[in-house]
Design a protein. Structure first.
Length: 213
């Protein structure tokens, strides 16, 4: 794996589990945004899907291409910000593991490796964009599978997707020990009331949203 590329972790595994439960039509068009190493894109390609992977990091783009070549799988990898490289296209399934960790410093754009996890004061810098923009990319019956932290308000994600005309619900949950990022800002999160004094684990969730036929 190339240095500076977000390594697959518990959120990747949780989303991969949701992907494994999803039925895919033969030759389904799948989009993996924030692909990182390409782990989820490759999992979809193994099931015969036609996969496009997107990441804002050139290192991630190179890592995903390299990992696909090593696996002998064909995926289309594009560099760009979220859905920009695939405007005008449509997909049967969109996978998203976006940045979702609340970060100090209101209005400050994350830089470097932190772009993979820092998502503004409320953790929704990218989540809100996905909720607004993904409906235009889904085919009738198309599905979004998105993983995020409970710290960044999954109920808002569900509400925004429903307002956009999708059926949305949390389908998976997992509690994990704080990683280095949360440990480093635990005091700030508690001061903001995002973590109680009794909480010593983070909850991850997968939101599934479907565009009605």
């Amino acid at each position: 794996m190339l240095p500076g590329v977000y390594a697959p972790q518990e959120d990747t595994a949780l989303l991969a589990g949701a992907l494994s439960d999803e039925s895919l039509p033969p030759g389904a068009a799948v989009l993996d945004v924030g692909t990182g190493t390409g782990a989820l894109a490759l999992a979809a390609a193994l099931r015969g899907a036609r996969v496009t992977a997107v990441d804002v990091s050139w290192r991630a783009v190179c890592a995903a291409r390299l990992n696909a070549a090593r696996a002998g799988l064909r995926i289309r990898v594009r560099h760009g910000n979220l859905f920009t490289p695939v405007r005008g296209e449509s997909f049967d399934l969109v996978l998203a593991n976006p940045p979702y960790v609340p970060a100090p410093g209101a209005g400050r754009r994350p830089r470097g490796a932190a772009r993979a996890w820092d998502a503004g004061h409320d953790g929704r810098m990218v989540l809100d964009r996905i909720c607004r923009e993904v409906p235009a990319l889904l085919r009738p019956g198309g599905v979004l599978l998105l993983v995020q932290s409970a710290l960044s308000d999954p109920a808002r994600t569900e509400a925004l997707l429903r307002e956009a005309g999708l059926k949305a619900a949390v389908i998976r949950r997992r509690r994990i020990a704080f990683g280095p990022v949360l440990r480093g800002r635990e005091r700030w999160l508690r001061q903001r009331g995002l973590l109680s004094l009794a909480e010593h684990e983070e909850e991850l969730v997968v939101v599934r949203a479907e565009l009605p036929v």
